[in-house]
Design a protein around this ligand. Sequence first.
Ligand code: ARG
Length: 458
Amino acid sequence: MEKMWAGRFKKELDKTANDFNSSISFDSKMYRQDITGSMAHAAMLKAKGIIPADAADTIIDGLEKILADMESGTLAVDLECEDIHMFVEKVLTERIGDAGKMLHTARSRNDQVALDLRLYMRDEVNEIIALLLELIDVICDKAEENRDAIMPGYTHLQRAQPITFAHHILAYGMMLRRDVTRLRDALARMNESPLGSCALAGTTYDTDRDMTAAALGFDGVMLNSMDGVSDRDYCVELMSAFATLMMHLSRFSEEIILWSSWEFKFVELDDSFTTGSSIMPQKKNSDMAELVRGKTGRVYGNLMGMLTVLKGLPLAYNKDMQEDKESIFDSVETVKMCLKVFCPMIATMSVIKENMLRAAQNGFINATDLADYLVKKGMPFRTAYKTVGQLVALCIDEKTVLEELPLETYRGYSDLFREDLYNEISLKTCVEKRISKGGTGLASVNEQIAFLRAFIGE
Ligand code: ARG
């Protein structure tokens, strides 16, 4: 096939070099954005009298038909074309003749690809935000159902203090909320149009960049054409936000895997989100959560790849930048897939409250509360800490728990102890008493749910 840039060349491009150079196998994903961008460009060329009005109308009409045909599947991408930009222009010219050759006036593939990727990412990120909001909603539902589910809270993976399952998973709701805000921040910053930067230096035509920017939903134009064609900061920002979001899903996955084990058995995933073993008949594996945890690696890797591609590039466009797409597309697809499976996996997960409570009863997780009891009766904290430490040691020796020790034993250690200590160290009281803002107490949990629900509703 004759290249669009064939004029100055005496030989055809080598076949292997041609395959190496081609990006259509992956950039055809952006056909919708490419065509929309071209329609805005043609409308501007018409408005500014840069090309004849009837030619512009024919172009726009032709582009609309190409878009419809691609959407319906009647027009397939021709992999012989170098990239999606050339494919669309080639089909247009085949269909409408010479008018099609006017479309690329006052434009370059450099600003075209910069535009397409920005538009593509804007669409995809909005989809990812919607999925995140859905997951936050599911977390709020689960929290509401489990406001009374007492479990051990851990530090160093050692039982530490009693909390509720609601409080625990709401922590993930907060992380995901930050992920949404991070993506929105990046969206706001990237919403400037590179179109009209042309190859690198702008153009001699009297174009109206504000017009195309407004038509494509941008807040304004990029003010430096060199920056316009070579900026991929938004890819780095978005991929970094994706990496953080995957880190959150991965930590959540890790806990689900742990909680699903027989050692914990705090939760049970629905059969429809688990798999069996080919040899061990008893197995029920948390493959989905493991895959989310595993796929975090490639999303991190893609970020590092993008930064590395960009680091040595002189201004302005370099072909290296074609390498931006596969990695960011992979991150987008991975994040979307992970969220799409995570949401229903959490929604259908059952919480085994008895097991959580049993685990909470066996780790002296009310020891801090017993120390606080003494402090409130006048003992300095450090002394109270030591007294309770000795009582815990005694319990361990005698294979009992703080709740079971008789009052006489307590009074042997301090005469501040009274009958009311038992109420103070009941797990229910320990949770209810954590009334500080952001704590595990009920009022705080309710406040957190309301906060996240309001965020989703905005
Ligand atoms: N396929 C190219 C890319 O993805 C499009 C831009 C090509 N521009 C150029 N001057 N070769 O970056």
